[in-house]
Write a protein that binds this ligand. Structure first.
Ligand SMILES: [Zn+2]
Length: 246
């Protein structure tokens, strides 16, 4: 149901916006949504590198500089802007972009709809967003994907047993080109596609492993896994750097 809530939320509230210097946004508002109720979708494209000051935070999204400290390839929701920024030149498969929008869309939903009722602390919201994507991937892949994840259980169990509290599952290189992944997720047309795909497989495999081993307590275990491994920069990182610049 959460997936549906996020999709409805985005459909009802989303407006397109273009970046302006230092966190300015020019929005294409809709007549049926008050500006204060919108969520802004901001695709930062290559021409923005000419329009933004050279030290603007979002330059990293416009130019996808290899030296960037921003985790390029990632969409980001910034609560203060009510905006989901998406990097330009982001030649990722459509399915992956959709999943990323769903992930960030849940962050936006938590902040803008659930507000003070949103899950706290922050790792719970991250856990929910990752688990949402895991559920969608498993729904798309159906029994074939579950069967595939079954083949990874012994590998997950072995890494889990040997790594203690710092458990972070890595899909073995020899499994990263498994043929079923091409249609269950997306074809690995480049090293970046392959790495992103492996990351999704790793999350699904860990969630599946916890469900098989811990049943109803799986979500709690996955939450601990997120706290250990998938910590994202602060929500307001863009704003913070711009406040300093201003
Ligand atoms: Zn997130």
């Amino acid at each position: 149901m959460k997936k549906l809530a996020v999709v409805i939320f985005l459909r009802e509230r989303a407006v397109l916006a273009v970046p302006r210097p230092y966190n300015g946004l020019a929005c294409v508002y809709r007549p049926d949504v008050a500006p204060t109720e919108t969520v802004r979708i901001v695709p930062v494209i290559s021409i923005d590198s000419w329009l933004l000051p050279h030290d603007d935070y979002w330059q990293n999204y416009a130019t996808l500089r290899p030296s960037s400290k921003v985790p390029v390839g990632a969409a980001t929701f910034i609560p203060g802007d009510r905006a989901i920024y998406m990097p330009g030149g982001w030649s990722r498969p459509e399915r992956q972009r959709g999943l990323k929008m769903l992930h960030e869309g849940l962050h936006a939903y938590d902040r803008l709809i659930r507000k003070r009722h949103m899950p706290k602390p922050r790792w719970r919201r991250e856990r929910n967003a990752e688990y949402l994507v895991v559920r969608v991937l498993r729904a798309i892949g159906g029994q074939a994907f579950t069967d595939y994840l079954d083949t990874l259980i012994s590998e997950v169990a072995s890494q889990y047993a040997s790594s203690g509290e710092r458990f972070c599952f890595r899909l073995p290189f020899s499994r990263q080109d498994d043929p079923p992944l091409d249609h269950l997720l997306w074809p690995a047309l480049s090293p970046a596609f392959r790495r992103d795909r492996a990351l999704e497989v790793e999350r699904c495999a860990v969630a599946h492993f916890y469900e098989v081993r811990y049943g109803a307590k799986a979500l709690a275990h996955y939450g601990a896994y997120v706290r250990t491994n998938h910590w994202e920069p602060d929500d307001d990182v863009g704003l913070t750097s711009q406040s300093v610049a201003a």
